[in-house]
Design a protein around this ligand. Sequence first.
Ligand code: SAM
Length: 272
Amino acid sequence: MGAVAADVEALKQDTRGAWSRGDYGELAKLFEGAAGELLDACAISAGQEVVDVGAGNGNLAVLAAREGASVVACDLTPTMVELGRARTAAEGLAVEWLVADAEQLPFEDARFDCAGSVFGAMFAPRPERAAAELLRVVRPGGTVGMASWTPESYQGQSFAIGRRHMPQGADLAISTDWGDEAIARSRFESLGARVEARRRSVPFRFESPAAMSSFFARNAGPVVAAREAMSPERYRQMAEETKRLAAGRNRATDGSMAIDVDYLLVVARKRG
Ligand SMILES: C[S@@+](CC[C@H](N)C(=O)[O-])C[C@H]1O[C@@H](n2cnc3c(N)ncnc32)[C@H](O)[C@@H]1O
């Protein structure tokens, strides 16, 4: 195995481990608005075949199934698939769940009207493969929708802090490049798709800065995994930098936290 392939496999193993920690059901509530925006942008509706890729516990899958679409949801992390399956079963929604990698989707060509991914496929380490796979599984005229944090957003900058403290393999793509419109466009346009992109944001609201840090330390799997992997001093430094970043972005003046976190919503339509 070459160095890059080894890095890719190691990163995917780390991804599965990281997202198996924390309480994802709580974190997912922050991202529900983005799933709704993607649903509307791709005009997901009753009777369509839809796949939610990097589905987590199924924010997009749930909304699409409530619309009456026929929905498959998949994620690299088996724990997420279990969480999602339990969530859709509890709601009485007929969503088919499976473990799958955005870089190698186990579906035939042109099966879906829409392949959507909300802050999921952006984490695949080889973005060209993920883009090609998402487009391959939609029919001509169908859409790929991706929501991805922008590099300058609070999330983008907190990931940059994380990379400084836990460097990733040198040749691996940076996830928030998907939030750069020129890069995201070129990834799909080079495959012949027609692309629309718009910036949106999701509100992060907490009663105080301390409440926000402890929310992420408790519920965000990658933060829990970082704390386990790092020395206490290194983790403390990373947490301090993240708190300073959050304080600088906070718009609230009453002691609470109010950050609007930007993401890029891309809709790529497959040409016939
Ligand atoms: C921030 S969560 C987003 C989950 C969900 N889409 C939502 O909106 O709540 C990121 C998810 O991407 C998944 N993921 C990361 N790399 C992936 C890959 N290569 N293929 C599929 N899923 C992946 C993780 O397992 C995790 O569930």
